[in-house]
Design a protein around this ligand. Structure first.
Ligand SMILES: [Fe+2]
Length: 413
């Protein structure tokens, strides 16, 4: 454990770091008035945390020790699972010394001192909760070398310690640290459309999660005793789940079209299978946009701005413009002038809207350019190898000669 502990060199924090802490605390105290569980706010008051400057870990550690017997250990980054549970069993809680940057004020992917201190320490003053945490850690440490067991136990940990919700006075109030340190997640709990399930081990073991997105569901307890009681059956339930056959992760062998060569079938089949069986896998497929960056609702909210723009530039009424948008329209696109402006301002490319042809993705662009430029009987299309599969597949389906040109660090060979 000694090797994991670092020194919180307080002088290394900048003025900006302390300002970030103060801003986070200000937002946090506004949230606490109504939306967070009493179990948490009671503990928070006991800690009397400095609201203006980053806390000194050794000072809170002493206070926490007098309140509940727990002490704190300054660390950096995520520490290995085994060490983490070993620390918890010994009533030592790791606190990251890092503080997020101002640009990450709403969400920090890295654990930081604000999350660890404000998210987790208040409940470490609650003896019923720490009883659960210690007993859970003792069980978890036994299974720490079993990846599947840790996955199931990780779900219980996630839906309690990080994303736990208590029912207080008929209302859903979070006690989990990851909810409490995110105003968006607190609002998500209040959203009536987000399901709140009764606490149930079976259900939790079957429910995976994504730590980088707002949650789709929560599990609700009525008291911390309920958490402790579930531990009685935890190992039996865990073994029951470990005995289940492993999920089938075999990739299917399906093909798309006889016109496309074998290699291409395998590539597309493989990519489709990965996406189907591993929905959380990060896709590096060229041309496959990352859904995390979709912002459809925001785009829709700009619809009337676009309508006003068209009404101004065409002299038509708003109604006519909207009707025209719904009608068959210019096949080369209707946002060309805006795109030309963007290309001029951001990319220093000078074109007019009429010079631009908007296609539905790169494949349509290839289809148009290849079929208008290339002579199928005389020309050979040369492409970098490896290259975008959409182009090579198109060329093969429509019987164009295509040859790969190898590339190395120097570029095309
Ligand atoms: Fe956490």
């Amino acid at each position: 454990m000694g090797k994991l502990t670092v020194i919180q060199d307080y002088d290394l924090y900048t003025v900006s770091d302390h300002e970030t802490w103060a801003e986070l605390c200000k937002r946090h105290s506004e949230l606490q008035t109504n939306y967070i569980s009493k179990a948490y706010t009671d503990g928070y008051k006991k800690l009397s945390l400095d609201q203006d400057a980053i806390v000194k870990i050794d000072e809170i550690s002493k206070l926490l020790k007098s309140l509940s017997g727990w002490t704190l250990s300054p660390v950096t980054g995520l520490i290995p699972t085994k060490d983490f549970f070993f620390m918890l069993i010994n009533k030592v809680y790791p606190i990251n010394i890092y503080i997020r940057k101002k640009s990450e004020i709403d969400f920090s992917e890295q654990p930081d001192i604000f999350h660890d201190v404000c998210g987790h320490l208040p409940l470490l003053t609650n003896l019923k909760f720490t009883k659960f945490l210690t007993a859970f850690s003792i069980i978890a440490l036994k299974y720490v070398n079993n990846e599947r067991a840790i996955e199931f136990l990780g779900r219980l940990y996630w839906y309690t310690y990080e994303m736990g919700v208590l029912k207080e006075g008929g209302e859903y109030k979070p006690y989990g640290g990851a909810i409490i340190t995110s105003s968006e997640e607190v609002a998500n709990v209040k959203n009536k459309n987000i399901p709140k399930h009764d606490f149930d081990l079976d259900h939790i073991f079957k429910t995976s999660y994504n730590p980088f997105k707002l949650q789709n569901e929560y599990f609700v307890i009525n008291t911390f005793d309920e958490l402790f009681c579930c531990l009685e059956n935890l190992e039996a339930k865990l073994i029951e789940y470990l005995l289940l056959p492993e999920p089938d992760y075999t990739l299917r062998n399906y093909t798309l079209s006889g016109s496309i060569g074998r290699t291409f079938n395998n590539v597309i089949g493989f990519l489709n299978d990965v996406q189907y069986k591993f929905p959380d896998a990060i896709s590096f497929v060229a041309g496959q946009p990352d859904e995390n960056f979709f912002d459809i609702e925001n785009h829709l909210s700009k619809f009337h701005t676009f309508v006003n723009h068209l009404a101004e530039t065409t002299g038509n009424t708003e109604r006519t413009v909207i009707n025209n948008i719904g009608q068959y329209n210019r096949t080369k696109g209707i946002v060309n002038d805006i795109l030309a402006k963007y290309l001029r301002n951001d990319e220093n490319i000078i074109v007019t809207g009429e010079d631009i042809l908007i296609t539905v993705g790169a494949q349509e662009a290839f289809a148009i350019s290849v079929s208008t430029i290339c002579n199928r009987n005389k020309d050979v299309i040369l492409i970098e190898d490896p290259s975008y599969i959409g182009l090579s597949s198109f060329a093969k389906v429509f019987n164009y000669d295509i040859e790969g040109v190898s590339i190395d660090e120097e570029g095309i060979d």
